[in-house]
Design a protein around this ligand. Structure first.
Ligand SMILES: C[S@@+](CC[C@H](N)C(=O)[O-])C[C@H]1O[C@@H](n2cnc3c(N)ncnc32)[C@H](O)[C@@H]1O
Length: 309
């Protein structure tokens, strides 16, 4: 019987998302078989619990291999409340994955996946995490406990937020997106000149006004908490370079993947629901086939040339 080494190959170390399944990696086989792979465009989607995939990534690249992570985790707000959608009263429930397990359990969950993401980041890598008051304080506290360096809290102001039906609260019209570096030593990348140019020559502030995803972004079905491509496009422009590896551990319909393809970044998405990965696959194929689909977002291209970026 041949001796099986427990060490990853050089290829796996250098490019853990090549996921070449060897005998030694057999224990990971079920988590590292990609659900969808497009090597030409550097895209891989994985079906399952992101913690399992991230565990594999850490085992094969303990020093980290991801440049930037965008995470849109469960907000844990599907607890039988109501909300307004297209002028109608509807249930707020998104799915089982979004049901609260209680404040303590929710916080342990945030700590666990954030720690796994921190390990996956390269030393100078950064993470963006979106959330509302339901989770963002837990996420921020977990980041502090884990030694991330919080760089910014972006306020996404939703110009077309739905009204508050109960009339007992102010209308919710913002989400927070925390941006953090792996740790205090990280020398993070920030495309300051481009952000300034996009903002008409003035320093860009941390309040971003953006609408909900357009109809064109929902051609292949809706994800109940889909993020607008515009938001991901801004995030990736600000914090990544061409060919960087972008990871989304809760990818849903892969708005992150669409923005990554538009900007020629590598993309790995993970989700535990195959229906959402099917939407992801179609959206990614669509933008690869028609890179001009969301050209209205590309105000940056001429600026890049001008700034020689
Ligand atoms: C808030 S949604 C993300 C939506 C996404 N940003 C988009 O634009 O479509 C969160 C996603 O996380 C997935 N999810 C929840 N827990 C997970 C886990 N432990 N591992 C992988 N995916 C998970 C859910 O299926 C859901 O699609």
């Amino acid at each position: 019987m041949s001796k099986i080494s427990t060490y990853p190959t050089r290829e796996e170390r250098d490019n853990p998302f090549s996921f070449s399944v060897r005998e030694t990696a057999a224990k990971y086989k079920s988590v590292i078989e990609p659900y969808y792979s497009d090597p030409k465009h550097h895209v891989k989607l994985f079906h399952g619990d992101c913690l399992k995939v991230l565990k594999y990534v850490h085992d094969v690249a303990p020093e980290g291999c991801v440049d930037t992570i965008f995470a849109d985790p469960p907000y844990f707000l599907s607890n039988d409340g109501i909300t307004c959608h297209a002028g109608k009263m509807v249930s707020v429930n998104k799915g089982k994955w979004d049901k609260s397990k209680g404040a303590y359990e929710n916080h342990v969950f945030n700590l666990t996946w954030l720690e796994a993401c921190q390990k996956a980041l390269k030393p100078n890598g950064t993470i963006w995490v979106s959330g509302t008051s339901h989770i963002i304080h837990s996420v921020g506290y977990a980041m502090q406990l884990l030694g991330f360096k919080i760089l910014n809290d972006i306020i996404w102001y939703k110009r077309n937020a739905p009204p508050n039906l109960s009339c007992r609260y102010f209308t919710h019209s913002t989400e927070t997106v925390l941006w953090a570096a792996k740790n205090g030593k990280s020398k993070h990348y920030f495309n300051y000149p481009l952000m300034k140019e996009i903002n008409g020559g003035k320093q860009m502030r941390n309040v971003w006004t953006m609408g909900a995803p357009s109809r064109a972004e929902k051609t292949f079905g809706k994800h109940p908490t889909q993020k607008p491509v515009e938001l991901l496009y801004r995030i990736l422009q600000a914090s990544t370079k061409q060919n960087d590896l972008v990871l989304d551990p809760f990818c849903g319909s892969s708005s992150t993947g669409v923005a990554a393809m538009m900007l020629k970044r590598k993309y790995v998405g993970i989700d535990q629901e195959s229906d959402y990965l099917d939407i992801s696959k179609k959206r990614i194929s669509e933008i690869i086939a028609d890179p001009h689909l969301f050209d209205c977002l590309r105000e940056d291209e001429k600026l890049r040339e001008k700034l020689n970026l």
